[in-house]
Design a binder for this molecule. Structure first.
Ligand SMILES: C[S@@+](CC[C@H](N)C(=O)[O-])C[C@H]1O[C@@H](n2cnc3c(N)ncnc32)[C@H](O)[C@@H]1O
Length: 260
């Protein structure tokens, strides 16, 4: 007897896992959609018609999809080091008629830009991913972006970014307000992070990717001691970005923009 062929992930199952990923992310980042809208608005002010955009730490391609849908001639290169999330994104979205390229690369590796098409990009976007990198790794990444984003192009980072300013009372007041606001929010509540991962890792069509995921991520992610806002700003300016500013924020949740 030969082993049963491994079923590959169908588009329908991928779309379902992807939709559940979005709800799971929104459970923790209730302003996720507002951040995406702000980023799209900023891109609208910079992108030429046939622009090229990088999505760093793309996951299942939530932000890539929004960029592709909003700008009909733009091409996106979506990069992540998680084979499982990439497989779900690719099975659900495909290559959008040649406009969406998926790249499996570790943004901490010095040679990650080798996986990119040649030439400069008009923008790089990233959502909830940069906090996985240490300050030193971010500084190296920003140096690469300084070289690969054209002058006048833009970098947009939506993430939880802390500042050094201490305001514990204000923080508690805002956190209480946010909890109350979230409790009033209508609509579905997503999976928890661990429930989503349990489902995805047991999806029969993703057995190979799940094995690779486990070997690359032997422990679950608990965050990295990463740069604060001043650290991001300093590294971006040193990398050649002329203007750096927070263009949207709610507590620590921010969209940081930098013009090359
Ligand atoms: C919380 S998820 C966010 C995914 C997606 N941007 C979104 O908003 O749904 C963080 C992503 O960053 C990716 N990531 C973290 N460190 C990375 C690295 N060193 N290289 C490439 N991707 C990385 C993870 O694999 C994961 O897909």
């Amino acid at each position: 007897m030969s082993p049963a062929p491994v079923p590959r992930l169908t588009r329908r199952r991928a779309e379902r896992l992807r939709a559940r990923w979005d709800l799971q992310q929104e459970r923790y980042i209730t302003d996720r959609e507002a951040r995406f809208e702000m980023m799209i608005e900023a891109l609208d002010g910079v992108l030429p018609r046939r622009a090229r955009v990088l999505d760093l730490g793309c996951g299942t391609g939530s932000l890539s999809e929004r960029v592709i849908d909003r700008f009909p001639r733009v091409k996106v290169v979506a990069i992540d080091r998680d084979p499982l999330l990439l497989a779900i994104g690719r099975a659900a979205l495909g290559d959008r008629g040649g406009r969406l390229t998926w790249v499996d690369a570790d943004l901490r590796a010095p040679d990650w830009p080798r996986g990119l098409p040649r030439g400069r990009f008009d923008a790089a976007v990233t959502s909830t991913a940069m906090h996985w990198l240490t300050s030193a790794e971010l500084t190296r990444l920003y140096r690469v972006l300084g070289r690969r984003i054209r002058p006048g192009g833009i970098f947009l980072n939506a993430d939880s970014i802390r500042t050094r300013r201490k305001s514990p009372r204000l923080r508690r007041i805002l956190e209480r307000g946010a909890r109350r606001r979230n409790a009033r929010l209508p609509g579905a509540v997503g999976d928890s992070w661990s429930d989503w991962w349990t489902s995805a890792l047991h999806e029969p069509g993703l057995a190979e990717e799940a094995a690779l995921h486990r070997s690359r991520f032997p422990r679950s992610h608990h965050g990295t001691r990463t740069a604060d806002l001043a650290g991001h700003e300093r590294s971006l300016r040193r990398a050649g970005f002329r203007e750096v500013a927070v263009i949207w924020s709610r507590g620590r949740s921010r969209v940081l923009a930098a013009v090359r």
